[in-house]
Design a protein around this ligand. Structure first.
Ligand code: FES
Length: 190
């Protein structure tokens, strides 16, 4: 049994335990994301089948809550705070500088899978504005000039993981291998 199959087994146990309870779907999706890293179409379909729900309903919940991600994330997830305190202190310019340096739009991942660029709302640390988080770490009192240094810092941290295949690359490889007729096909009805 491979790791993915084991993850599905664990997920099925969670569905059995919490699936029927109020708020069960959110709890199940939270666990699924913890297991698989993100809520892929396959995982959403599996949850829908096991919980006797439509894929559309599961997808709606997966995309409604900000804590859920439905695409593979980069190794470093950068979230620029766009709350009021950060916004008035040039958060928009900082976000633009990230876009420029990483070559991606907001809510996208670099081709090498090292960075996902995103935004967040106020995280309650306004005295550090403007700020952002990289994974779990908060970086405050940012300047546009400081963005390049931050990117370099996280790139250097990645040097020893060059051999790893990122989840983004894995997903793209899977897409490439999928027959053309499957690509873009609608999920099965439920
Ligand atoms: S507005 Fe950015 S932390 Fe509050």
């Amino acid at each position: 049994m491979n790791a993915e199959e084991r993850n599905y087994l664990v997920l099925d146990k969670i569905i059995e335990r919490y699936g029927e309870r109020p708020g069960g779907l959110v709890r199940v999706l939270y666990k699924a994301q913890e297991l698989f890293g993100y809520l892929s179409p396959d995982v959403q379909t599996h949850v829908a089948e096991k919980m006797c729900l439509s894929v559309g309903h599961v997808h709606g919940v997966a995309t409604f809550y900000a804590q859920f991600v439905t695409a593979p994330q980069g190794k470093n997830v950068v979230r620029v705070c766009m709350g009021t305190a950060c916004y008035v202190k040039n958060a928009e310019d900082i976000l633009d500088r990230f876009r420029e340096l990483l070559g991606v739009e907001t809510d996208a991942t670099t081709a090498d899978g090292r960075f996902t660029l995103s935004t967040t709302r106020c995280i309650g640390a306004c005295s550090l504005a403007p700020l952002l988080t990289v994974n779990e770490k908060v970086h405050g009192h940012l300047s546009v000039e400081g963005v390049a240094r931050l990117v370099e810092l996280y790139r250097e941290d990645d040097l020893d993981t060059d051999e790893e295949v990122s989840p983004v690359e894995r997903e793209r490889e899977r897409e490439r291998q999928r027959p053309a007729s499957d690509q873009g096909a609608a999920p099965p009805p439920h």
